[in-house]
Write a protein that binds this ligand. Structure first.
Ligand code: H2U
Ligand code: ZN
Length: 343
């Protein structure tokens, strides 16, 4: 174990190349700031006013089928459209300081279940396996288009994280460009492989298993850790032991194990502050640009905002916005609390 528990220090996120400041003593400071209102009351299994429930009409008039498992539709308010974009480059030829590019893509919404009040923590394993199958199919279907070079799958859970609807769902965005975060991770993974002829995350998994103090739990195929460089208080990383670049590379047995990990981790999160735990989660996978990407190692990030209780969240403001992200509890202390809850 490294002697990093008492004094302020910086840690490097080797996946993005960015630093995080850790100030363990600050967790004691008093809080007179914003306290979030208690989470929503119990939801019904079917909500006639929900845009995502089976058989209901969505905001733009389309009617959902009476689906019984997962259900995917094109976002009615997509951030990206598949049509070739207007050329914007010519408009800016006058200065290298004004730079823009047209961008195209496809945005979809994926419902996890017909039941309005289910969450990953409350779903049966078989139901989560169906969600993983949906992710695999969507990754393949979007990724095979020649104008889609990257597929981002993510879930916003809870109003605190901007989810517009409590019906369990994710979003799937396929884009021409590789977005900022996976682009940084790609550079780091490629640089590491060029320097050491090994996969960065395979090596990181080996290290975390040997240290043990940031591991929350593991099963035969996956490791769950609070990463050494975590920014959000209870941020976690899910890593497959097998080197695979995207979800198409995992076997049926590994898919079962991933379902178990997702169910268990979300249940632990809900127990942490006795509240439906808000988060943004998503998978980082290799680009679908037709190139070989031996450097890429599939993983999932969970970014939950809560810090001290169901009502007190971490704000990424001030120094975080203008300087460097900063955290008050060490990743090791966060991992210890989550490990206790996960049994
Ligand atoms: P959240 O994952 O942040 O809750 O977003 C849900 C998405 O669902 C959002 O992008 C889409 C919104 O555009 N949506 C529809 O496409 N049709 C609807 O009828 C409601 C919401
Ligand atoms: Zn619903």
């Amino acid at each position: 174990m490294l002697p990093l528990h008492d004094s302020s220090h910086r840690r490097l996120n080797v996946l993005t190349g960015e630093w995080v400041l850790i100030s363990p003593h600050r967790a004691q400071r008093p809080w007179q700031g914003q306290v979030e209102r208690a989470q929503e009351q119990r939801e019904p299994a079917y909500d006639p006013s929900c845009y995502l429930c089976p058989g209901n009409t969505r905001a733009r008039g389309e009617r959902n089928p009476s689906y019984s498992s997962t259900f995917v539709f094109d976002n009615d308010y997509p951030a990206l459209r598949p049509e070739r974009p207007e050329p914007v480059e010519a408009a800016m030829a006058e200065s290298p300081l004004i730079v823009a590019q047209g961008e195209r893509g496809i945005c979809r919404v994926g419902c996890f279940s017909p039941r309005h009040n289910l969450t990953l923590a409350g779903m049966e394993l078989g139901e989560i396996i169906a969600v993983i199958e949906m992710w695999r199919q969507q990754f393949a279907d979007l990724g095979e288009r020649d104008f889609i070079n990257y597929v981002q799958i993510f879930e916003n859970r809870g109003t605190m994280m901007g989810a517009s609807n409590s019906h369990p769902h994710c979003q799937l965005w396929g884009s021409y460009s590789i977005p900022n975060e996976p682009a940084k991770e790609q550079t780091s993974q490629r640089d590491y492989m060029e320097s050491y002829q090994r996969c960065l995350l395979c090596e990181y998994i080996r290290l975390e298993r040997s240290y043990g103090d940031r591991v929350i739990f593991q099963n035969e195929s996956f490791l769950v850790v609070v990463p050494f460089w975590a920014v959000w208080p209870f941020e976690t990383l899910i890593l497959p032991f097998q080197h695979t670049a995207d979800l198409s590379g995992i076997t049926g047995a590994q898919s079962d194990q991933l379902a178990e990990v997702l169910q268990k981790l979300s249940a632990c999160y809900d127990r942490l502050f006795n509240t439906p735990f808000p988060y943004s989660m998503g998978f980082h996978q290799q680009p679908t640009d037709g190139e070989a990407h031996p450097e890429w190692h599939l993983h999932a990030h969970f970014f939950p905002p809560l810090l001290r209780s169901a009502g007190i969240r971490k704000f990424m403001v001030g120094f975080e916005l203008l300087g460097t992200p900063q955290r008050d509890i060490t990743p090791e202390a966060a991992a210890e609390r989550l490990r206790e809850l996960c049994g």
